[in-house]
Design a binder for this molecule. Structure first.
Ligand code: TXA
Ligand code: MG
Length: 380
Protein backbone atom coordinates (compact mmCIF):
# COMPACT_ATOMS: atom_id res chain seq x y z
CA UNK A 1 0.00 0.00 0.00
CA UNK A 2 1.40 3.35 -0.99
CA UNK A 3 -0.81 5.68 1.01
CA UNK A 4 0.90 7.23 4.05
CA UNK A 5 0.98 4.98 7.12
CA UNK A 6 -1.96 5.52 9.47
CA UNK A 7 -1.56 7.68 12.55
CA UNK A 8 -2.15 6.02 15.90
CA UNK A 9 -5.75 6.87 16.63
CA UNK A 10 -8.15 6.15 19.42
CA UNK A 11 -11.78 7.07 19.14
CA UNK A 12 -12.44 9.32 22.12
CA UNK A 13 -15.27 11.77 21.48
CA UNK A 14 -12.96 14.59 22.40
CA UNK A 15 -10.38 13.52 19.85
CA UNK A 16 -13.02 13.15 17.14
CA UNK A 17 -14.41 16.63 17.86
CA UNK A 18 -10.92 18.16 17.67
CA UNK A 19 -10.16 16.44 14.38
CA UNK A 20 -13.45 17.59 12.93
CA UNK A 21 -13.00 21.16 14.13
CA UNK A 22 -9.61 21.05 12.41
CA UNK A 23 -11.15 19.63 9.23
CA UNK A 24 -13.91 22.28 9.27
CA UNK A 25 -11.37 25.05 9.75
CA UNK A 26 -9.45 23.82 6.73
CA UNK A 27 -12.71 23.86 4.81
CA UNK A 28 -12.65 27.65 4.98
CA UNK A 29 -10.34 27.27 2.00
CA UNK A 30 -12.76 27.25 -0.92
CA UNK A 31 -11.98 25.22 -4.01
CA UNK A 32 -13.16 25.53 -7.52
CA UNK A 33 -14.75 22.11 -8.00
CA UNK A 34 -13.20 20.82 -11.18
CA UNK A 35 -15.04 18.12 -13.06
CA UNK A 36 -12.21 16.21 -14.67
CA UNK A 37 -12.23 13.57 -17.37
CA UNK A 38 -10.73 10.34 -15.99
CA UNK A 39 -7.48 10.54 -17.98
CA UNK A 40 -4.38 8.90 -16.45
CA UNK A 41 -3.06 12.39 -15.68
CA UNK A 42 -6.26 13.42 -13.85
CA UNK A 43 -6.31 10.15 -11.93
CA UNK A 44 -2.75 10.94 -10.77
CA UNK A 45 -3.93 14.43 -9.77
CA UNK A 46 -6.74 12.88 -7.75
CA UNK A 47 -4.29 10.53 -6.05
CA UNK A 48 -1.97 13.44 -5.18
CA UNK A 49 -4.92 15.20 -3.51
CA UNK A 50 -5.87 12.01 -1.63
CA UNK A 51 -2.30 11.58 -0.39
CA UNK A 52 -2.48 15.16 0.86
CA UNK A 53 -5.51 14.20 3.00
CA UNK A 54 -8.04 15.88 0.67
CA UNK A 55 -11.28 14.42 -0.67
CA UNK A 56 -12.26 13.88 -4.29
CA UNK A 57 -15.48 12.96 -6.06
CA UNK A 58 -15.28 9.35 -7.29
CA UNK A 59 -17.71 7.73 -9.72
CA UNK A 60 -18.97 4.27 -8.85
CA UNK A 61 -21.59 2.17 -10.59
CA UNK A 62 -24.05 2.85 -7.74
CA UNK A 63 -23.72 6.56 -6.87
CA UNK A 64 -20.82 9.03 -6.77
CA UNK A 65 -18.72 8.82 -3.60
CA UNK A 66 -16.78 11.43 -1.66
CA UNK A 67 -13.46 9.60 -1.40
CA UNK A 68 -10.72 10.06 1.17
CA UNK A 69 -7.80 7.94 2.41
CA UNK A 70 -9.48 5.30 4.60
CA UNK A 71 -6.42 4.95 6.81
CA UNK A 72 -5.89 8.66 7.48
CA UNK A 73 -8.09 9.97 10.33
CA UNK A 74 -7.67 13.59 9.22
CA UNK A 75 -9.00 12.71 5.75
CA UNK A 76 -11.91 10.84 7.35
CA UNK A 77 -12.70 13.82 9.58
CA UNK A 78 -12.73 15.95 6.47
CA UNK A 79 -15.32 13.67 4.84
CA UNK A 80 -17.59 14.02 7.89
CA UNK A 81 -17.10 17.79 7.92
CA UNK A 82 -17.86 18.25 4.20
CA UNK A 83 -21.00 16.12 4.44
CA UNK A 84 -22.15 17.48 7.84
CA UNK A 85 -22.39 13.83 8.72
CA UNK A 86 -22.81 12.69 12.34
CA UNK A 87 -19.94 10.56 13.62
CA UNK A 88 -22.19 7.69 14.62
CA UNK A 89 -22.75 6.94 10.93
CA UNK A 90 -19.89 4.71 9.72
CA UNK A 91 -18.31 4.85 6.26
CA UNK A 92 -17.86 2.22 3.56
CA UNK A 93 -14.25 1.39 2.70
CA UNK A 94 -13.60 0.76 -1.02
CA UNK A 95 -10.89 -1.56 -2.30
CA UNK A 96 -9.41 -2.41 -5.69
CA UNK A 97 -9.95 -5.82 -7.25
CA UNK A 98 -7.38 -8.20 -5.84
CA UNK A 99 -6.69 -6.04 -2.76
CA UNK A 100 -5.53 -8.25 0.12
CA UNK A 101 -8.48 -7.81 2.44
CA UNK A 102 -6.58 -9.42 5.30
CA UNK A 103 -4.66 -6.12 5.64
CA UNK A 104 -7.75 -4.44 7.06
CA UNK A 105 -10.02 -7.27 8.31
CA UNK A 106 -9.39 -9.93 10.94
CA UNK A 107 -11.59 -12.68 9.56
CA UNK A 108 -13.46 -13.57 6.38
CA UNK A 109 -16.34 -15.98 7.18
CA UNK A 110 -17.03 -18.68 4.52
CA UNK A 111 -20.29 -17.12 3.19
CA UNK A 112 -18.43 -13.85 2.65
CA UNK A 113 -15.93 -15.65 0.36
CA UNK A 114 -18.85 -17.04 -1.66
CA UNK A 115 -20.51 -13.63 -1.93
CA UNK A 116 -17.29 -11.91 -2.95
CA UNK A 117 -16.62 -14.55 -5.62
CA UNK A 118 -20.09 -13.98 -7.12
CA UNK A 119 -20.71 -10.25 -6.66
CA UNK A 120 -17.35 -8.45 -6.50
CA UNK A 121 -16.58 -6.14 -8.12
CA UNK A 122 -20.13 -4.81 -7.83
CA UNK A 123 -22.79 -3.10 -5.73
CA UNK A 124 -22.43 -5.31 -2.65
CA UNK A 125 -20.93 -4.16 0.67
CA UNK A 126 -19.91 -6.71 3.31
CA UNK A 127 -19.18 -6.24 7.00
CA UNK A 128 -16.02 -7.75 8.53
CA UNK A 129 -14.34 -7.56 11.94
CA UNK A 130 -11.84 -4.73 11.50
CA UNK A 131 -8.13 -4.64 12.18
CA UNK A 132 -6.59 -1.97 14.41
CA UNK A 133 -5.17 -0.08 11.43
CA UNK A 134 -8.67 0.93 10.30
CA UNK A 135 -9.35 4.15 12.22
CA UNK A 136 -12.33 4.07 14.58
CA UNK A 137 -13.60 7.18 12.86
CA UNK A 138 -14.24 5.12 9.69
CA UNK A 139 -16.41 2.63 11.58
CA UNK A 140 -18.00 5.01 14.12
CA UNK A 141 -16.28 3.02 16.83
CA UNK A 142 -17.89 -0.27 15.72
CA UNK A 143 -15.72 -3.40 15.70
CA UNK A 144 -16.76 -4.11 12.10
CA UNK A 145 -15.75 -2.39 8.87
CA UNK A 146 -17.97 -2.23 5.77
CA UNK A 147 -16.01 -3.04 2.60
CA UNK A 148 -16.96 -2.81 -1.04
CA UNK A 149 -15.14 -3.43 -4.31
CA UNK A 150 -16.83 -1.15 -6.86
CA UNK A 151 -17.22 -2.25 -10.48
CA UNK A 152 -16.82 1.19 -12.08
CA UNK A 153 -13.60 1.24 -14.15
CA UNK A 154 -12.72 4.79 -12.98
CA UNK A 155 -13.13 3.82 -9.32
CA UNK A 156 -10.95 0.78 -9.96
CA UNK A 157 -8.30 2.88 -11.73
CA UNK A 158 -8.25 5.36 -8.84
CA UNK A 159 -8.04 2.60 -6.21
CA UNK A 160 -5.24 0.85 -8.11
CA UNK A 161 -3.25 4.08 -8.50
CA UNK A 162 -3.74 4.85 -4.77
CA UNK A 163 -2.66 1.38 -3.74
CA UNK A 164 -4.74 1.55 -0.54
CA UNK A 165 -8.38 1.61 0.53
CA UNK A 166 -10.59 4.68 0.14
CA UNK A 167 -13.49 5.55 2.40
CA UNK A 168 -16.35 6.93 0.34
CA UNK A 169 -19.83 7.80 1.48
CA UNK A 170 -22.25 9.07 -1.15
CA UNK A 171 -21.12 12.55 -2.23
CA UNK A 172 -24.10 14.49 -0.87
CA UNK A 173 -24.79 16.51 2.26
CA UNK A 174 -26.01 14.23 5.05
CA UNK A 175 -29.60 13.08 4.59
CA UNK A 176 -29.91 14.38 1.02
CA UNK A 177 -30.23 12.69 -2.36
CA UNK A 178 -27.21 10.71 -3.53
CA UNK A 179 -25.57 12.11 -6.69
CA UNK A 180 -25.59 9.99 -9.82
CA UNK A 181 -23.54 12.32 -12.06
CA UNK A 182 -20.40 14.44 -11.68
CA UNK A 183 -22.49 17.58 -12.22
CA UNK A 184 -24.73 16.57 -9.28
CA UNK A 185 -21.64 16.23 -7.06
CA UNK A 186 -20.45 19.70 -8.06
CA UNK A 187 -23.93 21.14 -7.46
CA UNK A 188 -24.21 19.44 -4.06
CA UNK A 189 -20.73 19.94 -2.61
CA UNK A 190 -19.59 22.85 -4.77
CA UNK A 191 -16.49 24.54 -3.54
CA UNK A 192 -15.79 22.05 -0.75
CA UNK A 193 -14.29 19.43 -3.05
CA UNK A 194 -11.38 20.31 -5.33
CA UNK A 195 -11.91 17.65 -7.99
CA UNK A 196 -14.52 15.18 -9.20
CA UNK A 197 -13.64 12.52 -11.74
CA UNK A 198 -16.38 12.29 -14.35
CA UNK A 199 -17.35 8.67 -14.87
CA UNK A 200 -20.66 9.45 -16.61
CA UNK A 201 -24.12 8.65 -15.22
CA UNK A 202 -24.17 5.83 -12.66
CA UNK A 203 -25.33 2.54 -14.19
CA UNK A 204 -27.09 1.17 -11.07
CA UNK A 205 -28.15 4.52 -9.58
CA UNK A 206 -28.92 3.28 -6.08
CA UNK A 207 -26.46 2.54 -3.26
CA UNK A 208 -24.93 -0.87 -2.64
CA UNK A 209 -26.70 -3.67 -0.78
CA UNK A 210 -25.13 -4.10 2.68
CA UNK A 211 -24.88 -7.56 4.26
CA UNK A 212 -23.39 -8.89 7.46
CA UNK A 213 -22.26 -12.42 6.54
CA UNK A 214 -21.50 -13.90 9.94
CA UNK A 215 -21.02 -17.41 11.30
CA UNK A 216 -24.57 -17.33 12.72
CA UNK A 217 -26.24 -16.24 9.49
CA UNK A 218 -26.43 -13.63 6.76
CA UNK A 219 -28.26 -10.40 7.57
CA UNK A 220 -29.50 -7.68 5.24
CA UNK A 221 -28.63 -4.24 6.62
CA UNK A 222 -29.55 -2.16 3.57
CA UNK A 223 -31.40 -3.16 0.41
CA UNK A 224 -29.48 -1.87 -2.58
CA UNK A 225 -27.96 -2.46 -5.99
CA UNK A 226 -27.94 -6.27 -5.82
CA UNK A 227 -31.44 -7.71 -5.38
CA UNK A 228 -32.12 -10.02 -2.44
CA UNK A 229 -33.36 -12.71 -4.82
CA UNK A 230 -29.99 -12.72 -6.65
CA UNK A 231 -28.07 -13.01 -3.39
CA UNK A 232 -30.28 -15.81 -2.04
CA UNK A 233 -29.76 -17.82 -5.24
CA UNK A 234 -26.09 -18.03 -4.27
CA UNK A 235 -26.06 -18.18 -0.46
CA UNK A 236 -29.57 -19.27 0.54
CA UNK A 237 -31.72 -17.59 3.18
CA UNK A 238 -30.84 -14.02 4.17
CA UNK A 239 -32.41 -12.51 7.30
CA UNK A 240 -34.03 -9.21 6.47
CA UNK A 241 -34.76 -8.30 10.07
CA UNK A 242 -31.31 -6.82 10.65
CA UNK A 243 -30.19 -9.71 12.83
CA UNK A 244 -30.76 -8.42 16.35
CA UNK A 245 -27.30 -7.38 17.44
CA UNK A 246 -26.42 -6.17 13.96
CA UNK A 247 -27.07 -2.47 13.66
CA UNK A 248 -26.70 -0.05 10.80
CA UNK A 249 -26.38 3.37 12.38
CA UNK A 250 -26.84 5.03 9.00
CA UNK A 251 -30.25 3.52 8.57
CA UNK A 252 -32.00 6.58 9.90
CA UNK A 253 -35.68 7.00 9.24
CA UNK A 254 -35.20 10.28 7.43
CA UNK A 255 -32.59 10.03 4.70
CA UNK A 256 -32.11 10.34 0.92
CA UNK A 257 -34.52 13.28 1.01
CA UNK A 258 -35.23 16.00 -1.54
CA UNK A 259 -35.78 19.49 -0.09
CA UNK A 260 -39.40 19.43 -1.24
CA UNK A 261 -41.62 17.32 1.06
CA UNK A 262 -42.25 13.95 -0.51
CA UNK A 263 -45.24 11.72 0.21
CA UNK A 264 -45.97 8.17 -0.85
CA UNK A 265 -49.32 7.22 -2.34
CA UNK A 266 -50.91 3.91 -1.40
CA UNK A 267 -52.31 3.44 -4.90
CA UNK A 268 -51.42 4.73 -8.36
CA UNK A 269 -52.44 8.28 -9.27
CA UNK A 270 -55.96 8.15 -10.81
CA UNK A 271 -55.65 7.72 -14.58
CA UNK A 272 -56.10 10.99 -16.42
CA UNK A 273 -56.36 13.07 -13.22
CA UNK A 274 -54.52 16.37 -13.31
CA UNK A 275 -51.96 17.26 -10.69
CA UNK A 276 -52.95 19.93 -8.18
CA UNK A 277 -51.00 23.18 -8.42
CA UNK A 278 -47.59 23.16 -6.78
CA UNK A 279 -47.47 19.36 -6.88
CA UNK A 280 -45.16 17.03 -8.77
CA UNK A 281 -45.52 13.29 -9.29
CA UNK A 282 -43.00 10.50 -9.38
CA UNK A 283 -45.00 7.96 -11.35
CA UNK A 284 -44.23 4.26 -11.79
CA UNK A 285 -45.48 3.22 -15.27
CA UNK A 286 -46.89 6.43 -16.74
CA UNK A 287 -48.71 9.73 -16.33
CA UNK A 288 -51.61 10.69 -18.58
CA UNK A 289 -52.29 14.21 -17.22
CA UNK A 290 -51.64 17.34 -19.25
CA UNK A 291 -48.73 18.85 -17.32
CA UNK A 292 -45.98 16.31 -18.06
CA UNK A 293 -43.36 18.82 -16.95
CA UNK A 294 -44.30 18.09 -13.33
CA UNK A 295 -44.16 14.30 -13.66
CA UNK A 296 -41.36 11.79 -14.07
CA UNK A 297 -42.00 8.17 -14.98
CA UNK A 298 -39.64 5.74 -13.28
CA UNK A 299 -40.40 2.54 -15.14
CA UNK A 300 -42.25 3.01 -18.45
CA UNK A 301 -41.51 -0.66 -19.17
CA UNK A 302 -42.03 -1.82 -15.58
CA UNK A 303 -38.31 -2.57 -15.07
CA UNK A 304 -37.06 -1.94 -11.54
CA UNK A 305 -33.38 -1.83 -12.57
CA UNK A 306 -34.09 1.00 -15.02
CA UNK A 307 -36.15 2.75 -12.33
CA UNK A 308 -33.31 2.50 -9.79
CA UNK A 309 -30.88 4.00 -12.29
CA UNK A 310 -33.02 7.13 -12.69
CA UNK A 311 -34.56 7.44 -9.20
CA UNK A 312 -32.24 10.05 -7.68
CA UNK A 313 -31.89 12.07 -10.90
CA UNK A 314 -35.70 12.20 -11.31
CA UNK A 315 -36.15 13.24 -7.68
CA UNK A 316 -33.48 15.91 -8.11
CA UNK A 317 -35.26 17.26 -11.19
CA UNK A 318 -38.66 17.34 -9.47
CA UNK A 319 -37.04 18.98 -6.45
CA UNK A 320 -35.69 21.74 -8.71
CA UNK A 321 -39.17 22.64 -10.04
CA UNK A 322 -39.99 24.69 -6.96
CA UNK A 323 -43.26 22.84 -6.23
CA UNK A 324 -44.60 22.49 -2.68
CA UNK A 325 -44.88 18.71 -2.62
CA UNK A 326 -43.81 15.63 -4.51
CA UNK A 327 -46.10 12.59 -4.52
CA UNK A 328 -44.83 9.19 -5.48
CA UNK A 329 -46.68 6.15 -6.68
CA UNK A 330 -46.23 2.69 -5.13
CA UNK A 331 -43.33 0.63 -6.43
CA UNK A 332 -43.66 -3.19 -6.64
CA UNK A 333 -41.52 -4.69 -3.85
CA UNK A 334 -39.63 -7.15 -6.06
CA UNK A 335 -35.97 -7.18 -7.07
CA UNK A 336 -34.50 -3.67 -6.95
CA UNK A 337 -38.01 -2.39 -6.18
CA UNK A 338 -37.23 -3.22 -2.55
CA UNK A 339 -34.26 -0.85 -2.50
CA UNK A 340 -36.28 1.85 -4.27
CA UNK A 341 -39.07 1.51 -1.68
CA UNK A 342 -36.50 1.70 1.11
CA UNK A 343 -35.12 5.01 -0.26
CA UNK A 344 -38.60 6.46 -0.86
CA UNK A 345 -39.75 5.45 2.61
CA UNK A 346 -36.78 7.23 4.18
CA UNK A 347 -37.20 10.27 1.95
CA UNK A 348 -40.92 10.66 2.75
CA UNK A 349 -41.82 13.43 5.20
CA UNK A 350 -44.70 15.85 5.78
CA UNK A 351 -48.43 15.71 6.15
CA UNK A 352 -51.02 16.80 3.61
CA UNK A 353 -54.78 16.96 3.33
CA UNK A 354 -56.75 15.99 0.33
CA UNK A 355 -60.14 17.68 0.64
CA UNK A 356 -62.88 15.14 0.30
CA UNK A 357 -60.78 12.18 1.39
CA UNK A 358 -59.34 13.54 4.62
CA UNK A 359 -55.72 13.57 5.63
CA UNK A 360 -53.83 11.41 3.19
CA UNK A 361 -50.20 12.05 3.55
CA UNK A 362 -48.40 10.55 6.50
CA UNK A 363 -44.88 11.36 7.60
CA UNK A 364 -42.07 9.09 8.67
CA UNK A 365 -41.95 6.97 5.60
CA UNK A 366 -45.43 5.44 5.79
CA UNK A 367 -47.36 5.02 2.60
CA UNK A 368 -50.50 7.09 2.15
CA UNK A 369 -53.89 6.89 0.45
CA UNK A 370 -54.13 8.06 -3.11
CA UNK A 371 -56.57 10.93 -3.54
CA UNK A 372 -59.89 10.27 -5.21
CA UNK A 373 -60.03 13.99 -5.92
CA UNK A 374 -56.68 15.38 -6.91
CA UNK A 375 -56.62 18.58 -4.85
CA UNK A 376 -54.07 18.21 -2.15
CA UNK A 377 -52.76 20.73 0.27
CA UNK A 378 -49.72 20.30 2.35
CA UNK A 379 -50.48 20.64 6.03
CA UNK A 380 -47.08 20.80 7.70
O1 TXA B 1 -23.07 2.30 -3.10
C1 TXA B 1 -22.62 2.69 -2.03
O2 TXA B 1 -22.60 1.97 -1.02
C2 TXA B 1 -22.11 4.14 -1.97
C3 TXA B 1 -20.91 4.26 -2.93
C4 TXA B 1 -20.26 5.60 -2.88
O3 TXA B 1 -20.01 3.22 -2.67
N1 TXA B 1 -21.75 4.50 -0.64
C5 TXA B 1 -22.67 4.74 0.32
O4 TXA B 1 -22.12 5.17 1.51
O5 TXA B 1 -23.85 4.61 0.16
P1 TXA B 1 -22.99 5.86 2.64
O6 TXA B 1 -22.01 6.46 3.57
O7 TXA B 1 -23.93 6.82 2.04
O8 TXA B 1 -23.69 4.69 3.39
C6 TXA B 1 -22.92 3.86 4.22
C7 TXA B 1 -23.78 3.11 5.18
C8 TXA B 1 -23.88 3.75 6.55
O9 TXA B 1 -24.86 4.73 6.60
C9 TXA B 1 -24.21 2.57 7.43
O10 TXA B 1 -25.57 2.34 7.41
C10 TXA B 1 -23.54 1.41 6.71
O11 TXA B 1 -23.13 1.88 5.47
N2 TXA B 1 -22.35 0.97 7.46
C11 TXA B 1 -21.07 1.29 7.25
N3 TXA B 1 -20.26 0.66 8.12
C12 TXA B 1 -21.06 -0.11 8.91
C13 TXA B 1 -20.83 -0.99 10.00
N4 TXA B 1 -19.62 -1.22 10.46
N5 TXA B 1 -21.91 -1.58 10.56
C14 TXA B 1 -23.16 -1.35 10.09
N6 TXA B 1 -23.43 -0.52 9.05
C15 TXA B 1 -22.40 0.10 8.47
MG1 MG C 1 -25.38 8.08 1.64
Amino acid sequence: MRLPPPLQFHCSRDRISKLCAFASARLCVKFHNVIAQPTPENIRRAVALLRDGQCVGMPTETVYGLAGDALNPAALARIFAIKNRPFFDPLIVHVAEGFALEHIVKKIPPPAWTLMASFWPGPLTLLFPKREMVPDLATAGLPTVAVRCPAHPVAQALLRECGGPLAAPSANKFGRLSPTSAAAVAAELGAEVPLTLDGGPCRVGIESTILAARDDGIFLLRAGGVALEELEKIVGKIEVSGGGAVTAPGMLKSHYAPRTPLARLSAPWPAGAELPPDTALLAWRGFAGADRRRARVLAPEGKAAAAAARLFQDLRELDALGVKQILCEPVPARGLGRAINDRLARAAVGVADCPGVGAFIAGGGESVKAPSRPHCQRRG
